[in-house]
Design a protein around this ligand. Structure first.
Ligand code: LLP
Length: 438
């Protein structure tokens, strides 16, 4: 008997292979899903999502009771996702009026939302105050002064955190490093003191804590450990010099996930243990009381729950060079390989028990040579009409999707116990031209 591809382990928790040798997720035969909803189709495994949220809550709160998990909406948000996050009781990290608006539209308790971004507009800040967003994470002096004025006009006094750039280098793609000194984000540590004293002097702002976020897809704990040490040293110095009291420490997101068989990622408990133990240690050293701990995972909550399904079309051999297998999606729904050189795996969802016969390069359908999803992956013989399933597509694919080549944004379903619920319909030509004015 042919073994099931080991890649099944990269798919959602509920993934299995049925008697017909097809990939099943959330009890739904993925090939049948593509017949019903068309391709490209993204699916999210509801059980996997809920388990991850629960795992984050448990792993942090049992080590550090005064902690709160925010889901970083930028990884993937729409109304259904915002509702799910509300239901499981996580907070939300938002970075725009748009993300705030989606949350607001489903009555998300916005007091559990933290508003980030390096260039928030006056309109966005006003909206955040009107809607009672819990914390504004202030990034720079321009924003500090602007927010103070807006708060004064509105007669409110928002709780704020200052985003500090700790000056550590996380080992990840240069586009997703954010904690280094030369970063567009946050107050560099060297001017942190001026940021704290300015914030404390502004009558309409209530400075309650500090935030850092060192980057995304980070496999090691060392950069977190270093950043925690630097920030708590800084907080202790600010307490001594200016009476600043650190009530909240937000250590950001960035926790890695496994995209390929050769790059396993640590468990949530590994990050939770290292982060909480270090905060407790550093606070004892400084004789500081423990601040409330905030963490903001995005990718590690949704990545594995999401699967992209495509239909195979043209297959071409460049003799002696390579086989190209073209699919009906690509960089418009998943720009990660083209933008970051991201590596992903895939299977033929209708041939899960078939023998791999050679290497194939998966080409997107968009007009760029760079639109290659996966290079040289071992697969069974592909033929037109096969369904290619790509695991690990839950994070940062759809939020970064475009209408390149006037393509339609894809449909999305949530699967659970054999049922698939459409949570975003496929765009149509009318949608594409909705904002055009002639
Ligand atoms: N908090 C802040 C302030 C962030 O900027 C981010 C991500 C997160 C939390 C969540 O990080 P995560 O846990 O998801 O790694 N488009 C890139 C990733 C960009 C991440 C941006 N900031 C990608 O596809 O790899």
């Amino acid at each position: 008997m042919i073994k099931i591809a080991p890649r099944i382990a990269l798919f959602p928790l509920t993934a299995e292979v049925n008697r017909q040798g097809r990939l099943v997720v959330g009890g739904c035969d993925t090939v049948e899903l593509t017949k019903q909803f068309g391709t490209p189709l993204y699916l999210f495994d509801e059980i996997g999502l809920r388990r991850k949220c629960a795992e984050y809550k448990t792993e942090f709160s049992r080590r550090y009771p005064d902690s709160m998990v925010l889901y970083a909406a930028k990884a993937f948000i729409n109304k259904a996702m915002a509702l799910l996050i509300k239901e499981v009781g996580l907070g939300l990290d938002v970075v725009s009026g748009g993300e705030m608006g989606i949350a607001h539209s489903v009555d998300f308790p916005l007091e559990k939302a933290y508003f980030h971004d390096n260039n928030k507009s006056a309109e966005e800040l006003s909206l955040a105050l009107e809607w009672g967003v819990g914390r504004i994470v202030v990034d720079n002096f321009h924003e500090l002064r602007m927010l103070d004025k807006i708060a004064e006009q509105k007669g409110s006094k928002p709780d704020i955190l200052l985003r500090i750039t700790p000056g550590v280098n996380a080992c990840t793609h240069q586009y997703t490093i954010t904690g280094n000194v030369d970063s567009k984000f946050g107050f560099p540590l060297v001017i942190g003191e001026e940021a704290v004293t300015t914030a404390m002097s502004l009558a309409n702002l209530n400075l309650i804590g500090l935030h850092f976020h060192i980057g995304s897809l980070i496999f090691e704990v060392e950069p977190y450990q270093q950043a925690i040490e630097f920030i708590l040293n800084f907080a202790a110095e600010m307490r001594r010099k200016h009476g600043f009291e650190l009530k909240e420490l937000d250590v950001g997101g960035g926790y890695a996930v496994q995209y390929t068989l050769d790059a396993p990622a640590p468990a949530v408990s590994f990050f939770a243990e290292a982060i909480t133990a270090n905060i407790i240690r550093q606070c004892q050293r400084h004789e500081m009381s423990l601040p409330r701990l905030i963490i903001e995972p995005g990718r590690s909550i949704v990545a594995r729950a999401g699967v992209a399904l495509y239909t195979v079309g043209a297959i071409k051999e460049v003799p002696g060079v390579r086989y190209y297998v073209s699919i009906d999606g690509g960089m418009a729904d998943n720009i990660r390989p083209a933008l970051y050189g991201a590596k992903q795996e895939a299977v033929l969802a209708n041939k899960m028990r078939a023998k791999e016969i050679g290497k194939f390069t998966i080409a997107g359908k968009f007009c760029e040579s760079g639109d290659i999803l996966i290079r040289d992956i071992a697969l069974p013989q592909p033929t037109a009409g096969d369904i290619l399933a790509v695991p690990g597509c839950g994070a940062y694919c759809l939020p970064q999707a475009s209408n390149y080549n006037a393509s339609f944004k894809v449909a999305v379903v949530l699967v659970n116990e054999g049922k698939a619920r459409l949570i975003r319909r496929r765009e149509t030509l009318e949608d594409l031209m909705r904002c055009d004015v002639v």
